[in-house]
Design a protein around this ligand. Structure first.
Ligand SMILES: C[S@@+](CC[C@H](N)C(=O)[O-])C[C@H]1O[C@@H](n2cnc3c(N)ncnc32)[C@H](O)[C@@H]1O
Length: 292
């Protein structure tokens, strides 16, 4: 009996087998799944169509394009970078070399805000500092249908990507992207402030997996000598811009939650919660103004 990728005589099946073998040899975790995604990108055939049409032939140009994509993945380029898109909060985001590839862990920040502000009809003013693709603030605008979002990034190229994502998601009319240094150019108060700032200690970047080290922008990773430089800048800035009953949700790296909570406390903020990601790692520090 033949399995799904047993392709005796079939170009699609054979190509998938060969692509899967190359990725497996390169140490890729889910070689068959990723080979299917890459074949979809090269041929336009969905994984379901690849299965049902596994005996169909592929055009030479399609096959060559598939081989090129497999070679890129085998050289440790993430699939999301090759495809130029990543799913976050079940929404599709364009990613480019100018943006961090959004991580599932960052959904913890979205969950923290939803838990703190359960009323989805609230007309919240949301500020995202270091927005990258815009994934956090756009996920929040998707959930809060009357919210307005301001997104800041030091990289004008990232801001352009975030703006494109807002348009593609139909959220651009409630979204204001700004290039700048954290909240330096902003006045006024926000009901929600979120951030996933760079937090990798600079000296550790060289030891990261090639998928990260070679493909995420350095400016999105480097948190200075101890990884906490951005939080030092953000603590006073979020204290200045949070509304009296507003919620601050900051993503943190593994082991950083106590230090970040201490920085926010020193800025006269009150820590409400430290929320763990799906792996149980404390991932998001939730804070607000001191009462009174
Ligand atoms: C870790 S990435 C997070 C991107 C996105 N929020 C996400 O979660 O995928 C940090 C972002 O902060 C931006 N950034 C770094 N320093 C900044 C600064 N001083 N002011 C504004 N943005 C900054 C980087 O360009 C990068 O896009």
């Amino acid at each position: 009996m033949s399995g799904p990728d047993d392709a005796s005589g079939s170009a699609i099946g054979k190509a998938l087998c060969a692509g899967t073998a190359t990725l497996r040899q390169a140490g890729i975790d889910q070689p068959r799944h990723e080979a299917r995604l890459l074949l979809e990108a090269a041929s336009g055939l969905s994984p379901a169509a690849q299965l049902s049409d596994r005996h169909a032939a592929l055009a030479d140009a399609t096959l060559q394009s598939f081989h090129r994509l497999v070679a890129r993945r085998a050289a440790q380029e993430p699939v999301s970078r090759i495809l130029g898109r990543r799913e976050f909060w079940s929404l599709a985001f364009a990613v480019t070399p100018d943006t961090l590839d959004p991580r599932p862990d960052t959904e913890t920040v979205v969950e923290a805000v939803l838990a703190a502000r359960p009323d989805r009809a609230a007309p919240l003013r949301v500020l995202d500092l270091g927005t990258g693709t815009g994934c956090i603030v756009l996920a929040l605008l998707h959930e809060y249908r009357h919210a307005l979002g301001v997104a800041v990034d030091r990289s004008p190229a990232a801001i352009a990507v975030a703006q494109g994502n807002a348009r593609a998601l139909g959220l651009a009319d409630r979204f204001l992207p700004l290039a700048g240094d954290w909240a330096a150019a902003l006045t006024g108060a926000f009901d929600v402030i979120v951030s996933n700032p760079p937090y990798i200690p600079g000296g550790e970047i060289a030891g990261l997996a090639p998928e990260v080290r070679c493909h995420d922008p350095r400016d999105a990773l480097d948190g200075g000598a101890d990884g906490l430089d951005a939080y030092r800048a953000l603590a006073s800035c979020v204290a200045r811009h949070i509304a009296p009953d507003g919620v601050i949700a900051l993503e943190v790296g593994a082991g950083q939650a106590p230090a970040v909570a201490a920085l926010l406390s020193a800025a006269h903020l009150r820590i409400h919660d430290i929320r763990a990601d799906l792996a149980g790692i404390p991932r998001c520090v939730v804070a607000g103004q001191q009462p009174g």
